[in-house]
Ligand binder design. Structure first.
Ligand code: HEC
Ligand code: HEC
Length: 198
């Protein structure tokens, strides 16, 4: 995704959509343009389909107040949510949450067993928390804790690395502490396993 090309294309698209497509200035198509058809994710833009609505809303807030601050967030999402008010955000979150999510299935199958073991039990001697404790037995999430099952390998891997590099995705969330203890092998295994979870 080239930044300039995308911006131009997006503007051109917005210009020809007209008021009929607009939804308080926030049409779903403004989002699926990047997040893929039926919001299943596309390249660096993650799947939104089936995500917990409270989590989606919390992330739109953190892009808006710039507390989610990794380079992709800055480049793509800070602008995308700038014009949304809290009602638009709630409506969009509720809408995307109802779309059935499809698993990305793009991790390394050989790492599934290892990833699942870490997900379920953590590695107590390495101070690695069990993910299950918060994200649930089937990685389905609850309230502001996101669904992880079926998210794309590269997206989950990048997120886990970014916390370790000091980026944030909101104020006062547990993930920077959780991710700090994960090494590259654990991250690969977890991201692989999660990409296959339905
Ligand atoms: C120009 C491309 C682009 C557009 C347009 C766009 N997004 Fe995004 N979105 C991204 C990228 C890239 C990310 C990943 C950011 C990151 O890695 O931190 C993202 C992340 C998100 C996330 C975080 C998901 C998660 O699992 O943490 C939400 C929520 C989101 N976008 C909602 C929206 C909504 C709602 C719209 C429409 C109003 C929208 N996006 C429009 C590219 C886009
Ligand atoms: C103490 C509760 C807790 C534990 C334990 C926990 N998480 Fe999280 N996780 C959260 C919360 C809350 C969020 C949403 C806030 C944020 O993004 O910082 C989150 C967000 C995430 C995201 C972002 C998903 C997205 O769509 O961008 C990933 C990936 C993730 N966690 C992976 C893991 C993994 C892997 C483990 C186990 C090693 C784990 N989490 C353990 C609470 C937890």
């Amino acid at each position: 995704m080239k930044r300039i090309g995308l911006k131009t294309a997006l503007l051109a698209m917005l210009a020809c959509m007209g008021p009929a497509m607009a939804w308080d200035g926030a049409s779903v198509r403004n989002c699926t343009w990047c997040h893929g058809t039926s919001a299943q994710g596309y390249t660096v833009a993650p799947r939104l389909a089936g995500q917990r609505p409270a989590y989606l809303e919390s992330q739109m807030r953190s892009f808006r107040d710039h507390s989610r601050d990794n380079p992709f967030s800055k480049q793509y999402m800070w602008g995308a949510v700038a014009a949304l008010d809290s009602r638009d955000a709630r409506d969009l979150a509720a809408y995307f949450a109802t779309i059935p999510p499809r698993p990305a299935n793009d991790g390394d199958r050989n790492l599934m067993a290892k990833g699942k073991a870490i997900y379920m039990e953590g590695i107590p001697e390495a101070n690695i928390a069990s993910c299950y404790a918060c994200h649930g037995p089937n990685a389905e999430g609850v309230r502001e804790i996101p669904r992880l099952g079926g998210l794309a390998y590269f997206y989950v891997k990048a997120r886990l690395e970014q916390w370790g590099q000091g980026y944030h995705s909101g104020m006062g969330t547990p993930m920077p502490v959780v991710a700090r203890s994960l090494g590259p092998n654990e991250i690969e295994a977890l991201a692989s396993y999660l990409s296959f979870v339905r």
